[in-house]
Write a protein that binds this ligand. Structure first.
Ligand code: AMP
Length: 569
């Protein structure tokens, strides 16, 4: 096994990483660092956050920087502001003992003037989101003609977020002679296109998440009715009073709804999603890192790049569309040798995804019954008693009051006093869980549900066949699109098309419903016209795409009028 000392890193860099507690390189570092120093190849790394990839590219990049040369020598592109900040912070930590090295992060949603000033002071390494980078290049503030290394970190995510054109424009402006490293969790077609167009016969390195399938992560699922998801989430939080976790939701809207309900119900939770301003996001993350927030409710995109080590629970409020995303989510717990639990709240339909996920994580799920009221009350009670036992008694401060207190409680026995104190804190739980229903989905429910679903599917197949669906959720317009499973469409493709076509990354996207030969998607009402015009002439895998506003079915197949709002032909 390699150690850092033998890898060609200078003493000052070794001192920096030693201080961070890095003793030996992770597998991806063992592979990439030697290639970097000994060969000239471009590198494609199929790896995710948690594998140590930042140091894998960061350490050799720092090593190769010529400090006296004031031009930008490395450009690192990443999808989100959080990830840019994280990477730049990591690089600054590694190079703590290297004098005069300048790493400058630039990203959207923050003052461009401050970033321009920072760049003008000099940057050897720029860590940037693609949109802001392009802006700074066009303003002639960021000069990348002398760049020797380009890193595309989380390339799949940058493409999913609609940065394709920006990436193309930036890469076209980099010099021909340079080394390019691309990191991606998945080898999407678009990622392969970037690799093909901009990389020179790259070496491909695949490294699983350190945590994927790790022994120290337990995977649990509860099977419940979709309508009971929130109640189950509350029970999970109640049965784990010390929880420090991330609750993953599919959409920004759902993230907001769940976090709002938790806050209203007195839980220590908050939301992290793309609709928040940068300073709000920073605030939430700060509170989460400091552990003054117990539950972070987040979308996958917003939670990307969050590097928090001792997360106890990952909760999948529902399973992700893409099974591989489950691996990313669960890999955020069980880090740094600690144990962790990944919980999925699944309904009957989602259950069929479990076997594939088990293959990906190379571990089995345990199906557990949803905790019942008695179990939760017992757990909470023990927690309370434990706190009571461990509380530090300030003898001097309470001494003057003790006489009066003792007198007042004279009439109660020791047992009674304990009961009264326990009840004082605990009645709220007892009351809430007194007649708590069983939230597990039952076999007969499943059958009923299956029958109902079959009927509904048949009905909807008939009505959908003439391009109609139910109405969008409040504030959303529901669209029909003529591509579906048969075209190998997955939700990220639709999100990508919406972002690419509208050139708007802030567009709020609701439910996406992929059928066999067509699909539905929901988008904030105010974007209706933009969607209709921007999808005109758009194509998917060479096939002309048609988009139309789906209309409400009024009273079933033969009732009610159907009116086309607009349709391209
Ligand atoms: P990354 O995949 O780059 O986000 O890194 C995941 C975590 O592993 C971060 O907290 C790093 O600080 C940590 N890490 C990276 N390399 C090493 C190493 N060689 N030894 C110990 N921890 C590491």
């Amino acid at each position: 096994m390699l150690i850092f000392n033998t890898m060609g890193l200078s003493p000052n860099l070794l001192k920096g990483i030693e201080e961070l507690g890095f003793e030996k390189p992770t597998p991806i570092q063992e592979e990439i660092i030697p290639i970097f120093f000994e060969k000239e190849n471009d590198i494609v790394g199929l790896a995710q956050t948690g594998t140590g990839k930042t140091a894998a590219f960061g350490l050799p990049i720092i090593e190769q920087i010529d400090i006296r040369n004031k031009s930008v020598q490395a450009l690192i592109l990443a999808p989100t502001r959080e990830l840019c900040i994280q990477i730049s912070k990591d690089l600054k930590n590694y190079s703590k003992y290297i004098k005069g090295l300048h790493v400058v992060p630039v990203y959207g949603g923050a003052s461009i003037d401050t970033q321009i000033r920072a760049l003008k002071k000099g940057a050897h390494i720029i860590v940037a989101t693609p949109g802001r980078m392009l802006d700074l290049i066009n303003r002639k503030v960021a000069k990348i003609a002398n760049v020797r290394t380009v890193v595309l970190d989380e390339a799949d995510e940058m493409l999913n977020m609609g940065f394709r054109d920006d990436l193309d424009s930036i890469l076209e402006k980099t010099p021909d002679i340079k080394r390019t490293l691309l990191f991606s969790a998945t080898m999407l077609k678009e990622v392969a296109r970037i690799a093909k167009n901009y990389m020179n016969s790259p070496v491909e390195i695949t490294v699983g998440t350190q945590n994927a399938g790790a022994e120290n992560i337990r995977h649990i699922y509860y099977q419940v009715h979709a309508r009971n998801r929130y109640l189950v989430l509350k029970r999970i939080a109640d049965i784990n009073p010390d929880i420090y976790g991330i609750v993953f939701c599919r959409t920004r809207m759902e993230t907001k709804e769940v976090a709002d309900k938790l806050i209203k119900d007195g839980y220590n939770a908050d939301a992290l999603h793309g609709d928040l301003s940068q300073s709000q996001r920073d605030q939430v993350m700060k509170r989460f890192r400091e552990k003054s927030l117990q539950m972070l409710v987040a979308t996958d995109v917003a939670a990307r790049g969050i590097d928090v080590n001792d997360i106890s629970h990952i909760i999948n409020y529902n399973l992700p569309e893409d099974n591989e995303v489950y691996t990313h989510r669960s890999g955020r717990t069980g880090r740094a040798g600690k144990s962790g639990i990944s919980i999925a709240i699944v309904n009957y339909r989602e259950k069929s995804k479990i076997p594939q996920i088990e293959k990906n994580i190379r571990k089995n799920f345990e199906r557990l019954p949803v905790p019942n009221g008695a179990e939760i009350c017992k757990k909470q009670l023990f927690k309370l008693i434990d706190r009571m036992e461990k509380v530090v008694v300030d003898e001097a401060q309470i001494a003057p009051f003790m006489d009066t207190v003792n007198k007042k409680l004279e009439w109660l026995s020791k047992e009674q006093i304990i009961k009264h104190f326990v009840s004082l804190e605990f009645n709220r739980f007892l009351e809430y869980y007194k007649n708590a229903p069983d939230l597990n989905e039952k076999a007969e429910d499943k059958r009923d549900k299956r029958d109902k679903r079959d009927k509904r599917d048949k009905r909807s197949e008939r009505s959908h066949s003439d391009r109609h669906g139910r109405r969008g959720k409040n504030g959303y317009t529901r669209f029909f699109i003529n591509i579906g499973k048969k075209d190998d469409v997955i939700p990220v493709n639709i999100i990508g098309m919406i972002n690419d076509n509208t050139k708007d990354r802030d567009i709020n996207i609701g439910a996406i419903d992929i059928k066999d030969s067509f699909s539905f998607f929901e988008v904030g009402e105010k974007y209706t016209a933009k969607i209709l015009t921007s999808f005109h002439d758009s194509k998917f895998k060479g096939r002309r795409v048609r988009v139309d506003v789906a209309e409400e079915i009024k009273g079933g197949r033969n009732k009610g009028k159907r009116r086309k709002k607009s349709f391209y032909s």
